[in-house]
Ligand binder design. Structure first.
Ligand code: SF4
Length: 317
């Protein structure tokens, strides 16, 4: 019997994100660039919610719809990874464990039970680096896609283990889309290019480091030229798991500007993300850029938790 009402995994995860370690702090007060950037975005026709900072240029990625409505979840294939990105917020030491919707599973074939029970409609499969456990990954995708109703499955990967053979197997298993962390490979887009041959939705999802503006602008131009449909950008944040690496790169917490957030966006992080969004709005011919801020992610977590508690309670009644 799965301990599926146990929220302790999420509690431990939330605790590991909580920022209670010493990091440099930026001077208090709102970033003066943000209001101007938002005004330019609105004038340029940006879509979404300015208040909740859920903004996009052309189209909202289909994989984000379930997540935004609280019907999405995460599946962590393994905590192991091939990289050690400076912004990574995953818990350490890394654990080689399959966790779906916060519930550790012995076998991937248990995942459909979780999807049914909680009325989920999209699953973001990630890690760690999920391609480190290709058989577990394929079994998970096959099991979820075998459900008699539509569940969208997106794979998050840094591309390290994504051979052409594995791409073909993922396609056959029913995977809908991929999202690449190209920062992990220093903006190498070759895995994205290979994936595009099989998946119309081979997209990129990364945090925006204010110190990488030149590389980010260049990346937007190259993604657009390649025909990549979506770029999802996140606000860079400090948490317990990445605090020392972020401090080493000179990032200060901008915490006082965002009281109440579990994750603290770095100083200058929001302005950098909005600037990149504006760059995408003005420069890209086809690429859609979506800004998923820490505020948006807090909204998503709260919606998902409410839904989980409600459905857990009704199943127990
Ligand atoms: S590739 Fe992903 S899981 Fe691996 S270190 Fe980077 S952010 Fe973390």
């Amino acid at each position: 019997m799965l301990e599926d009402d146990d929220l302790s995994w999420y509690a431990r995860k939330a605790d590991s994100l909580r920022q209670d370690v010493a990091v440099p702090r930026a001077p208090e007060g709102p970033d003066p660039r943000v209001a101007g950037l938002l005004a330019e975005l609105v004038a340029g026709g940006i879509r979404g919610s300015v208040e909740r900072r859920t903004l996009y240029t052309r189209r909202l990625p289909p994989g984000c719809r379930g997540c935004l409505s609280g019907k999405g979840t995460n599946a962590f294939v393994t905590g192991l990874c091939t990289r050690d990105c400076f912004f990574c917020f995953n818990q350490k030491p890394r654990v080689d464990q399959l966790v779906v919707h916060g519930i550790p599973l012995a076998e991937p074939e248990e995942a459909p039970y979780i999807v049914r029970r909680y009325g989920l409609r999209s699953v973001g499969v990630s890690g760690g680096e999920p391609t480190l456990r290709p058989e577990r990954l394929l079994r998970l995708v096959r099991a979820v896609k075998a459900l008699p109703f539509s569940v969208r499955v997106d794979l998050y990967t840094n591309g390290d283990g994504l051979t052409d053979a594995l791409l073909a197997e993922l396609k056959a298993a029913g995977l809908d889309a991929l999202r690449f962390n190209v920062v992990a490979r220093e903006f190498d887009l070759s895995p994205v290019e290979r994936a595009l041959k099989l998946f119309a939705e081979a997209a990129v999802e990364i945090p925006v480091d204010p110190a990488q503006t030149v590389q980010l602008h260049d990346m937007v131009r190259r993604l657009d030229a390649l025909g990549v449909p979506f770029l999802n950008i996140h606000e860079l944040f400090v948490c317990r798991e990445n605090a020392s690496r972020m401090a080493a790169r000179g990032h200060a917490s901008g915490g006082p500007e965002a009281p109440g957030l579990l994750w603290e966006p770095v100083a200058g992080g929001e302005a950098a993300a909005l600037e990149l969004l504006l760059f995408g709005l003005r420069e890209a011919k086809n690429l859609s850029v979506y800004y998923c801020s820490t505020r948006t992610q807090e909204d998503i977590s709260a919606r998902g938790l409410r839904r989980r508690r409600r459905l857990g309670a009704s199943a127990a009644a």
